[in-house]
Ligand binder design. Structure first.
Ligand SMILES: *Cc1c(COP(=O)(O)O)cnc(C)c1O
Length: 445
């Protein structure tokens, strides 16, 4: 495409005008106004390529924050959306239902860990977390455990930006002190130090990790409705991978102390860690499961909270007689239809070998980062590659440098990381890893 040329009857602004108006009026995620770092306008996207309005093409290493596992503009998702639009794109969910919602729920129950049978549709990941936490609280209330009004979680977590979700994010990098007067106070266990693949020489670290949760439960279980955590991979809170044996032990501790387990698989779900759900690494089922992000293949905002019959059956007899939640756009047919197509697509090919080969390639090609004196750690799990630096990047400089390498990555803090679409080809992935190696060796100060 020519510089600044636009296709279609809707586009009329030049690249410069888009950037100028964007800076003037549009608030971006975790940004200020005016945005200190100008954003890059995207014209279109296909497969793993983002096409900018100025004609540049970037290889996408982010899957738009874990979501676009099949890449962009996939025909199967587009077709599902177009078909559904021709039927109905939205209808209220109170008193009405539709085939996409029913089909998707049945499939989600099939593919998620055993025991989860009921699906509550939500609009976004944060809302799925709100729903999960409210569900746990109302369940405890329904069964007469009225003192159970708090949550236990682990430091270094990220669960979303709404207030209840924020209350279980890491207290330091979630800046809890800013909102202290409005935040519910939760109980925090130390971040697990036991690494994903070091279970043998790591027994004492694992025992210490588990012991600290056990002690908190012994003292506080009467107040704790649920433990909420991200299974195996802590995402936006630091991109760390912990030992599956820790998760297994937590499941046992929850049972022992009559505390529910909420698994936040919003980032890890749908194959990212090499298993369809990260809970499978530890062979456990949570009582409540949150999914989002890749649920719709990144096509639109959609999420869900699943639970067991043991929990759901306690709502009819409770004081309210129902679960007190119901978003306006709940069960959106378009979102359900596209999510169903995304799940079909994922299961139509050998995604496990794809993710495995991405993992193998990331391991080999990110290894040279370790030679850089600026690098603290390099870690890879499934289709996730992380380079942790010793010092934080200067965002403005590092973002421009990444784009100049022809790739799209969004480093934050001390982290340079990639979670590419599963459809990425080895040569495209090599472009991402070689730019990561080159960035990891340079000082952005
Ligand atoms: C992104 C994310 C959320 C929040 O999802 P939103 O759709 O951004 O509200 C919650 N938990 C985890 C683990 C996430 O990665």
């Amino acid at each position: 495409m020519l510089m600044g040329m636009k296709s279609g009857k809707y586009a009329s602004l030049s690249t410069e005008e888009i950037v100028r108006l964007d800076q003037k009026h549009v608030w971006h995620p975790y940004a200020a106004m005016p945005n200190a770092v100008p954003c890059y306008p995207v014209q279109s996207a296909h497969g793993v390529h983002l096409e900018l309005t100025d004609g540049r093409s970037l290889v996408d290493g982010m899957s738009s924050w874990w979501a676009c596992i099949h890449g962009y503009n996939h025909e199967a998702l587009n077709d599902a959306a177009i078909h559904q639009i021709s039927q109905v794109s939205h209808v209220m969910f109170g008193g009405l239902t539709h085939e996409p919602a029913v089909q998707l729920a049945r499939r989600l129950v099939e593919v998620t860990p055993p025991g989860l049978e009921h699906v509550f549709y939500c609009d976004s990941g944060s809302v799925a977390i709100e729903v999960a936490m409210k569900m746990a609280l109302q369940y405890c209330y329904n069964v007469g455990q009225k003192d159970k009004h708090r949550f236990l979680t682990i430091r270094g977590g990220y669960h979303g930006d709404t207030f209840e979700a924020m209350s279980v994010c890491d207290p330091v990098n979630g800046m809890h002190h800013l909102f202290a007067k409005n935040l519910p106070s939760q109980i925090f266990a130390p971040r697990p130090e036991s690494k994903f693949d070091k279970d043998e020489d790591d027994k004492s670290i694992l025992q210490r990790d588990v012991q600290s949760v056990r002690e908190l439960l012994e003292v506080n279980h009467d107040e704790i409705a649920a433990i909420i955590l991200e299974p195996i991979v802590q995402g936006a809170g630091g991109m760390r991978f912990y030992n599956p044996a820790y998760l297994t032990a937590i499941r046992d501790l929850c049972d022992e102390h009559h505390v529910l387990l909420i698994a936040d698989e919003i980032a890890t779900g749908f194959g990212r860690t090499g298993k369809l759900f990260a809970c499978e690494h530890a062979n456990i089922s949570p009582d409540i499961l949150c999914i989002g992000k890749a649920l719709s293949g990144g096509f639109l905002s959609f999420a869900a909270t699943l639970t067991t019959a043991k929990i759901s059956q306690k709502f009819a007899q409770g004081e309210a007689g129902v679960f007190m939640h119901g978003p306006t756009f709940m069960g959106n047919p378009l979102a359900c239809a596209v999510s169903l197509a995304s799940l079909d697509l994922l299961q139509s090919y050998d995604w496990e070998s794809k993710v495995q080969s991405i993992e193998n390639q990331l391991k080999v090609e990110l290894e040279p980062c370790r030679e850089s004196p600026l690098v603290q750690d390099v870690r890879v799990l499934g289709a996730i590659g992380v380079v942790e630096m010793k010092e934080a990047f200067e965002m403005r400089k590092v973002q421009a440098a990444v784009v100049n390498e022809g790739v799209w990555l969004r480093p934050f803090g001390r982290l340079l990381y990639t979670m590419p679409p599963f459809i990425i080809q080895p040569s495209e992935l090599r472009k991402i890893t070689s730019s990561m190696v080159s960035i990891a060796k340079r000082r952005f100060r």
